[in-house]
Structure formats: C-alpha cells, structure tokens
Design a protein around this ligand. Structure first.
Ligand code: NAP
Length: 547
C-alpha cells in the first residue's frame, strides 16, 4: 500500500528533506507495534526514540524491583500467535530486564531496528497547510517530512522534576527511579532516603532496605498495595497458558480492564452480596496477587458504600502486617477511596517497615523544606543521607506531548489546544492536527486497561484511518471540533460519576503543580470505548473531516 508520495508536494520550506509516510515518536510497546504495522502495510516509516534502545518506560525505569504488576502472559503482544507461543516468561509478572529483553526480541524478530533512530528526541512537529505534510525535527538536527505522525509517547514518560531546592549542594548521590543508571547501584553500608510511596517506590523499597545500612522513607500520602504474589512460571503453567491463549485474548478484548488470566473481573455488585460473600471474594483475590483484587466487584469505584467495604478490608490487611501500631497507622490510607489513586502491587513492602534499619517519616504533617549537603531537611530536622532516591512520579499522560512543539493547521498550537486540559476525539485525534494520532492518550481507557492491548488497538485503529484515506484517494483525516468537544464532555461526565475525583492523584493531574484538574483516562470501560471507535470506523468516520 502507498499513500500519495510525501515528497510530491514539496515547498521551499520542506524541499530536500527525507520524506516518510509516517513518523513514529517513541519505541515502547506502542511504537514498536506501530512500526510493525506500518511496515506490513508497505509504508515508509521511521521511529525516533530518546532512549538508547527500545523499551520506552521499560527502558528508563530499571530501578531495583521494577516489574509488571499483572501476568506477563497478558502484558504482552497479542498480534502474532507464533510470537505468543515462542516467548517463554520465567515469572508470572516479569521483571524489567525480562520485559526489555522481550521488546528487544520483538524488535529484532520483525527486523524493525533498521528504521529506528535512538538517542534522538523529537522536539517539534509542524503541519504545512500547503502540502498537508508534517515536518518533524529532533534534538540531533534531523528534519524529515511525513504524511502521518503517530505519537507513541507513553503515559508515564516525563518524570516530575526535583521539586526541592538544594539538590546541587548534596554531598551524596541523587538517583531517580525514572532515570535509573544502567550500572548496578551499591547500597551497602549507605544511609539511603526514598522520597515517594507510589508504585515505583513500593517495588524498590524492600530491595533497598535489604542492602542499605539504613533506609528512611519520606511519605507524603500512603498508598494501597496488594501482595504481587509473583513467582516462577512453571513449564506446566506455561504449557497450559499457551494452549488457552486464544481464549484468554478473546476475553481480554471483551473486558473493561483487559486482565483476566487468573481471575476474571467479577460482575456482581459488592452491595448485592452478604458481608461473608464479600469477605470471601476479597480474600480470594487478595491471595491471587496483583491487580485482580481491584476487580472484585463492579460498583467499587462508583458507590461510596461499596468502596468502604474494600477500603476497610485493605486497611485491615495493612494493619495486620506492620508490628508498630504508630507506623501502621501512618501506612494506612484513610483520606481517599480505595482505587481512586493507582493501586500498587508489592513484594514485602509493608513488612519492610518491621525492619530495624527502616524509618518512616511523614512529610505531610511536617513537609520537606530542602536538600542540604548532609541530607534532607524536613521541618527543622536534617535526616543525614548518603543517597537520595526520588520516586516522585510523572507529569502523566500529557507532559510528554506538551513538551513537543506541535503546530497544526493554520498555525494552531497544540499547547493552546490543551491549555485547559486535553481534548481529542476518542483520545486519539486532536482537532486541527490532521493525521496526527496519539496512542493510549488522555480521553481513552489508557492506563485503566491492559496497556499493551490498548496500544495494539489504537495502532490498528490508526491503520484503519490510513487505509481509509488510501481507499478514497484522500490525504488527511482530522477530528471535527464539535464531536471532539462532546467526547471531552462525555469523558468528564463519566469521570464525575465515579469516586476518582475524591483522591489527589495523577489520574486527575493533581500531582503536577498548576496542571488543570480533569480526569485523564476515559472511565467508561474498554468494551464500550472499543464499540464507539469501531463504529466510527465502520460508518466512514462521520466525526472526522476526510479531505
Ligand atoms: P506516583 O505513583 O505518582 O508516586 C509518586 C510518589 O511520590 C507519591 O507517593 C507522591 O506523593 C510522592 N511525591 C510526589 N511529589 C512529591 C513531593 N514533591 N514531595 C514528597 N512526595 C512527593 O509515581 P510512581 O510510583 O513512579 O508510579 C507512577 C505510575 O507508574 C503508577 O501509578 C503506575 O501506573 C505506573 N507504575 C507501574 C508499575 C508496575 O506496573 N509495576 C511500577 C511503577 C510504576 P502524593 O501521593 O502525595 O503525591
């Protein structure tokens, strides 16, 4: 398949630039699959990636303990049955090195690397009204044109900056989970501080505690964490899973969360069950490990009373694990509903606070003031440290896109378009930016669905748009402004029907000072979302302008 040659309409501005049918930004799960599909469709595509290799989030986040928090048999590509059958995971929930190795394998298996440029960050994408081409620029001086731009930039790819003064004065070493060094980090004999208690910190803390002389955890808000229950994947389990792969994938595509391998999401309401039935369900899912617990009942995130039952269950579990009641009370979330902040999965997280070499410091009641040469100053007290680890999260879902200078039709600036929060049709197509597509962006189920399958779905949908243009001899497709606005209102209205707004979280943009407070993912569930997007394509893109 070919699109009208990208070089055919060169203007003085883009003449002489290498012309591609598509530029893909990012070589994580989405970017790799986008390159596979574009190549398969006979398109000339290039992928730019800031990291030195493929992996995206799994390239950068190589901190100790980094691992998937649901089954890798699900958190993996579904597009090629042979690939599924040949890859063998060593554990139920693969650790970062294995996920990175898997993505390297996929990249090489389909010979995608030759069209990827690493250590290269896309800095700008400008649309030319005269030629309907994008000019894409990078920090290494590349300038190319493309008919299509696929922003496979990930949801958690722009770490928050260090928000305290004095980092330069620190005599020890500063580390960040989201930019972890490739060389092993030696904590032995060191006094280590970790700021943050989200998913990254919760995975790293037990491992650091085992090695360090002393670990001080600086906690602003406690999180709910479920035991991961990770362990080796036996030959027999692997064989059985592979036998049943087709059925598993069918169930995932037909579910709202895309996680079904061990326990399917329950379809009952918590409040329709007796307390004993609820308790049994919670116990079963807690024991299953990881995110299955989250899917115990369907009303947990829309009904406060239902949520209270799971919140209290999880609170009891935390209290039972921590010996010092004062420390336990600090670790128990009390100010927000279970699940309204991203839940975590851990291996021995709460138990770590029973160790003699671990201290928990509450920095909500007494905030951090600054980093000083000897360590971290909290209130008037200096905590002396040799290493300080920032696990403080990301400018999630919007940060990376807003850092790129994107200019659309008629000079429309993307930063202005998203000035009061993100807007795009189905989370994929922002209006005024023809042929520019976002994978698993805000306004789509995104981080609340299996991210690998969500990315596959979006790439396939985008390929559908490109094929539609080809079939009709058209050049551009872009969202109409009104349906885009309606979609945004739908996303917000559904968000308001849930309990997500009752927590301060990155789902709502709360973690980044000054970021507009809006619900970022679409909370209507993947099934309904998929139907809406499938219908749009099947009926010839009525909510888009095709020209
Ligand atoms: P996060 O969940 O946003 O956690 C950041 C932590 O740092 C929070 O405890 C936050 O406290 C704290 N923090 C932020 N700024 C601070 C400041 N200025 N002073 C003190 N504390 C501060 O980030 P994350 O742990 O990197 O995880 C982000 C997301 O990545 C997760 O929610 C998950 O979706 C994904 N993730 C997944 C996995 C996995 O699948 N296994 C692993 C890691 C990450 P507040 O809550 O008070 O803001």
């Amino acid at each position: 398949m070919t699109t009208p040659s990208a070089g055919a309409h060169a203007t003085s501005a883009n003449r002489g630039l290498t012309a591609y049918d598509a530029v893909v930004v990012g070589a994580g799960f989405a970017g790799i699959y986008a390159m596979y599909r574009l190549r398969k469709e006979g398109l000339k595509a290039i992928c730019y990636e800031a990291g030195e290799g493929v992996g995206g989030t799994w390239y950068w986040n190589r901190y100790p303990g980094a691992a998937c928090d649901f089954e890798s048999v699900e958190y993996s590509y579904s597009f090629d049955e042979q690939l599924q059958q040949e890859w063998k995971w060593s554990t139920r929930m693969a650790r970062q090195p294995e996920i990175k190795a898997y993505l390297d394998h996929v990249t090489d298996r389909y010979d995608l690397r030759r069209d990827m440029r690493f250590s290269t960050r896309v800095t700008a994408a400008h649309f030319d009204d005269a030629t309907s081409l994008w000019t894409v620029s990078t920090d290494r001086g590349d300038r190319v044109t493309a008919r299509h731009v696929v922003m496979a930039t990930g949801c958690l790819s722009t770490p928050k900056p260090i928000e305290y003064p004095g980092a330069d004065s620190f005599k020890g070493e500063i580390l960040r989970t989201a930019f972890w060094p490739k060389e092993p980090v030696d904590f032995a004999g060191k006094r280590v501080g970790v700021i943050g208690t989200g998913s990254s910190a919760i995975q790293a803390i037990p491992i650091i505690a085992e090695q360090a002389r002393h670990l001080t955890v600086f906690q602003r808000t406690p999180n709910f964490s479920i035991p991961a229950g990770n362990g080796p994947l036996t030959e027999e389990q692997d064989r059985l899973q592979k036998q049943a792969y087709a059925d598993l994938r069918r169930r995932e595509w037909d579910s709202d969360v895309g996680i079904c391998a061990k326990l399917a999401p329950d379809t009952r309401k918590a409040l329709d069950c007796t307390p004993e039935e609820r308790e049994a369900e919670y116990e079963k899912r807690w024991a299953a490990g990881g995110l299955y617990f989250y899917c115990s009942f369907v009303d947990l995130l829309v009904d406060k009373e239902a949520n209270r039952t799971i919140t209290e269950f999880a609170q009891r579990k935390i209290r039972a694990k921590v010996k010092d009641p004062k420390v336990a009370e600090l670790l128990v979330p009390k100010d927000y509903p279970f699940g309204a902040k991203r839940i975590c999965a851990d291996t021995g997280y709460y138990e770590t606070f029973n160790r003699d070499n671990v201290t928990l410091v509450d920095v909500k009641s007494t905030p951090i003031r600054e980093i000083v040469p000897e360590g971290l100053k909290v209130g008037d007290q200096v905590h002396e440290l040799d290493m300080l680890v920032f696990a403080t999260g990301f400018d999630a879902m919007t940060g990376t896109l807003l850092n790129i200078d994107i200019v659309g039709r008629g000079g429309k600036r993307f930063k202005d378009h998203w000035g009061d929060g993100p807007r795009s049709l189905y989370g994929i197509m922002p209006s005024g930016f023809p042929n520019l597509y976002i994978t698993t962006g805000p306004g789509s189920p995104s981080v609340l669905y299996n991210m690998v399958l969500g990315n596959e779905y979006h790439v396939d949908w985008i390929m559908g748009c490109i094929r539609h243009l080809e079939r009709h001899g058209s050049t551009t497709i872009e969202a109409k402004p009104e349906p885009e606005m309606q979609w945004r209102e739908t996303v917000n209205a559904i968000g308001k029907m849930t309990l997500f707004g009752e927590a301060s979280s990155w789902y709502m943009g709360d973690n980044v000072p000054g970021k507009p407070r809006v619900i970022l993912p679409y909370l209507g569930g993947f099934r309904s979302y998929k139907k809406i997007c499938d219908d749009e394509a099947a009926s010839g893109y009525p909510n888009c302008v095709v020209a």
